[in-house]
Design a protein around this ligand. Structure first.
Ligand SMILES: *Cc1c(COP(=O)(O)O)cnc(C)c1O
Length: 361
């Protein structure tokens, strides 16, 4: 590996964040959500580090099979369920639970001859209006699923739409709708994502489903992750590969989007949108050079960004450049670029080597 860009993955922080979930919801089981390659941190790596979780939530059979091949024996759950009838045999063979959220999946299940037992989560729509059966249909769906032989466990699941805003009463409405739907049945229930776990205690119930908070980003709008006790897991770090002096009036980079207001040093960091750094990060987005915050200037290129080095007394090629991690929250960069931490973490591309460390390393 020659190019200096790395994504350091702090396994201690990952375990610490799981402990944080446990502390917040001591009476709930934890389905750790590790879809999208563990939010960009590496599927198997994250599953192994989070072995204390009670189950893992995924988006596809392929992800689940990768974990089984790696020897992970935990309960696994496909959060959107299966997409094809042909997925049912591997689900039963590898003991992978499925969500069912629509009539089509239910009919496939009813018409299939299962080769082994299958765990099912019935997803109901309490206001997210994305996937799920209407709550009024829960009794009927439960009856039909129960009537299918070989369904061993049935849970009830729903998803919160606005839980990241602690002032939005819509979440109370969803919690109440979920509770009244589940109340008549003695089934395991699951509603809370990370934001629910942190900001809505009444949503915690039998199973919680943390995703983003495990990776150390705050699930709640405008809340510093440290105040929740979370530690960032990924540190995206590269180096300064050039430190040039330009003249007042010199235009830097594509479209000359930065024009030097005076004679000044300009640094180049080996990281760009080809690595998953957001192309829309504007001038002023912070980068940590040698531990000091400096502003990004001009356009983000595929492999490089340029930074204003006027505040670095003796800029040297090879100095460490942290794009996000400790001291510079991924959510802060996301916010500058008009997106969310989830997208940046999932978006770190395959060419960036992931390096496992403990305690920052
Ligand atoms: C992705 C996902 C989660 C995790 O959400 P976070 O906001 O990352 O905590 C929980 N439940 C379901 C159904 C999901 O798809």
């Amino acid at each position: 590996m020659t190019r200096p860009l790395r994504a350091f993955i702090d396994l201690h922080a990952l375990r610490h964040n799981l402990d944080c979930v446990r502390r917040l919801s001591p009476d709930s089981k934890i389905m750790a959500i590790i879809k999208a390659d563990g939010y960009g941190h590496g599927l198997q790596r994250v599953a192994a580090a989070l072995h204390q979780a009670n189950a893992f939530g995924l988006a596809s059979l392929e992800e689940a099979l990768q974990l089984r091949e790696a020897g992970i024996a935990h309960p696994l759950c496909l959060l959107e369920g299966f997409f094809e009838p042909a997925e049912l045999p591997p689900l039963t063979r590898h003991r992978i639970a499925t969500v069912i959220h629509n009539e089509e999946q239910l009919q496939v299940l009813e018409q299939s001859r299962l080769a082994g037992s299958l765990d099912v989560w019935i997803k109901i729509d309490t206001g997210m209006h994305r996937i799920g059966f209407p709550p009024e249909r829960l009794a009927e769906v439960l009856n039909r699923v129960t009537a299918i032989g070989l369904i061993s466990r049935i849970g009830i699941m729903s998803h919160l739409a606005n839980a990241d805003d602690p002032a939005d009463a819509y979440t109370d409405t969803q919690i109440a709708a979920f509770q009244s739907a589940c109340d008549p049945f003695t089934k395991e229930c699951s509603l809370a994502n990370s934001a629910g776990i942190v900001a809505w205690p009444a949503s915690r119930l039998d199973w919680v489903r943390p995703g983003i908070m495990l990776y150390g980003a705050s699930p709640v709008h405008d809340r510093d992750p440290a105040t929740i006790g979370l530690q960032p897991v990924m540190r995206l770090e590269s180096r300064l590969i050039a430190a040039n002096r330009f003249r007042k009036g010199d235009a830097v980079g594509y479209q000359g989007a930065w024009v030097c207001p005076e004679d000044m040093p300009v640094g180049v960091v080996a990281c760009g949108y080809g690595d998953g750094y957001p192309r829309h990060a504007p001038t002023g987005t912070p980068v940590l050079i040698d531990g000091r915050r400096v502003p990004l200037i001009g356009r983000v290129s595929m492999d490089m960004i340029t930074v204003d080095l006027r505040d670095i007394p003796d800029p040297r090629v090879g100095a460490p450049a942290v794009l996000w991690g400790d001291g510079i929250a991924v959510a802060e960069i996301a916010d500058r670029a008009g997106t969310i931490a989830y997208e940046l973490l999932c978006g770190v591309t395959g060419r960036v080597p992931r390096i496992e460390v403990e305690h920052g390393g």
